[in-house]
Design a protein around this ligand. Structure first.
Ligand code: NI
Length: 178
């Protein structure tokens, strides 16, 4: 299980699908988590959701602590749910491994409380706060969107979104020529 997954790019329809709740954090799920974390690091991503590797389980991984020296402490969430969101909003320029080299300022709740299961199946909660950790606040909400089949580009106008998808398709095509 040391292999990494291939990261799926737009417009693959799996990115628009809703992932299903995980019934038990068993060995198969743990192996998926391990491989997702390896895939995230191999692609220099800050976060990765299961849809992005073609798996429709509600699993996301993140590491907002990594830096040029290498990996930090990865976080895994199984079946994450937002149980509270602030009225206040925060703005952050987001990117996505499924939309390579595309970025846009995205507005989200500035603070959310999330319940989830960790990689051992234990119930956990996280409270994000944009003032303390803007990247974490946006990353976790961005990855949770993936599990519901939503991309950051869905917050943009149809015109901007379609331009982004076309740019990604052009990039991918050029990569295949090389
Ligand atoms: Ni993403």
């Amino acid at each position: 299980m040391n292999d990494i997954y291939e990261v799926i790019k737009v417009p693959n329809p799996v990115l628009k699908q809703t992932a299903l709740a995980v019934e038990a954090v068993d060995q198969e799920i743990k192996d998926q988590i391990t491989r997702m974390i390896a895939t995230m690091y191999a692609n220099s991503g800050v976060g990765l959701a299961a849809n992005q590797v073609g798996i429709l389980n509600r699993i996301l991984v993140m590491d907002v602590t990594q830096n040029a020296d290498g990996p930090g402490t990865p976080i895994c969430m199984v079946n994450p749910e937002i149980i509270w969101a602030s009225e206040e909003r925060s703005l952050y320029q987001e990117g996505c491994l499924s939309l390579p080299q595309q970025f846009a300022d995205i507005e989200r709740p500035a603070s959310v409380r999330i319940s989830y299961l960790d990689e051992n199946g234990a119930a956990q909660e996280m409270l994000t706060n944009a003032d303390e950790n803007l990247l974490l606040n946006h990353c976790v909400q961005h990855e949770m969107d993936h599990l519901d089949g939503a991309l950051f580009s869905d917050y943009l106008s149809a015109l901007k979104r379609n331009m982004m998808i076309k740019r990604v398709q052009k990039l991918e095509k050029n990569q295949h020529v090389l």
